[in-house]
Design a protein around this ligand. Structure first.
Ligand code: ADP
Ligand code: ZN
Length: 215
């Protein structure tokens, strides 16, 4: 499958992308995961991105497009991919359109995960993330907690609250989403690629997307 997941922070893009990738070996491409790994490694890219991310601001489009062009040229993308957290602005969506044309890749569709704001806010404040940069498993202190000693059940590393998961940064991320990313819904509607999914349970959403791919 070749799809883009659109949706507010906390809409469940990461969880849905992981579950979808288990079905047919399509790779999950999460710009957030790529950026967080770069920050943890202390690479040049990480140093540049860190301050933006901590505030809950977007990282500049030029930097993101460089990362994505490199990522899409890697051979594992040939089987298929699920993009999660990209594109996030109209300029990124336009640049992606050109890039996909250049690489002769066509998308199946863009799945918009539609989740009420209260649900999103509640999820973000209770979310925890594995601190291991190559794992980044997501937990929720209410619905899917880590192990009793607060470690990751997949890799054993400590599970932490992300820097950008303070209340202030969360509210900023939601505002940024409304201002910069929500307009992509209209963009992809015009492109004839948009499909919306009312999404409360990730597993149900995964089923709905898979049905939609077949139909
Ligand atoms: P969430 O969707 O929960 O906000 P992500 O893991 O997708 O979390 O992104 C975390 C942060 O990484 C964002 O707040 C932003 O600073 C940066 N980021 C991720 N993807 C992009 C992108 N496509 N464009 C600009 N910044 C991005
Ligand atoms: Zn882990």
């Amino acid at each position: 499958m070749k799809i883009i997941l659109l949706g507010a922070p906390g809409a469940g893009k990461g969880t849905v992308a992981k579950l979808l990738s288990e079905f047919d070996g399509s790779v999950q491409i999460s710009t957030g995961d790529i950026l967080r790994a770069a920050v943890m490694e202390g690479s040049d890219l990480g140093k540049e991105a860190q301050a933006y991310m901590k505030r809950g601001d977007l990282v500049p489009d030029s930097l993101i497009m460089k990362i994505m062009e490199e990522r899409l040229r890697e051979p594992d993308c040939a089987k298929g991919f699920i993009m999660d957290g990209f594109p996030r602005t109209i300029p990124q969506a336009e640049a992606l359109k050109d890039l996909l044309e250049k690489l002769s890749i066509s998308l199946d569709f863009v799945a918009n995960l539609d989740v009420p704001r209260e649900v999103v806010l509640d999820r973000l404040t209770t979310r925890r993330t594995c601190s291991n940069s190559s794992c980044q498993e997501i937990y929720n202190i209410k619905s899917s907690p880590p192990a009793d000693d607060n470690t990751c059940t997949k890799c054993g590393s400590p599970v932490i609250q992300r820097d950008d998961e303070t209340e202030e940064a969360i509210l900023n991320r939601l505002d940024t989403y409304n201002a910069m990313t929500a307009p992509l819904i209209g963009f992809y509607e015009k492109e004839g690629l948009l499909r919306s999914f009312r999404s409360l349970q990730s597993r149900d959403t995964v089923e709905d997307i898979r049905k939609s791919l077949k139909g």
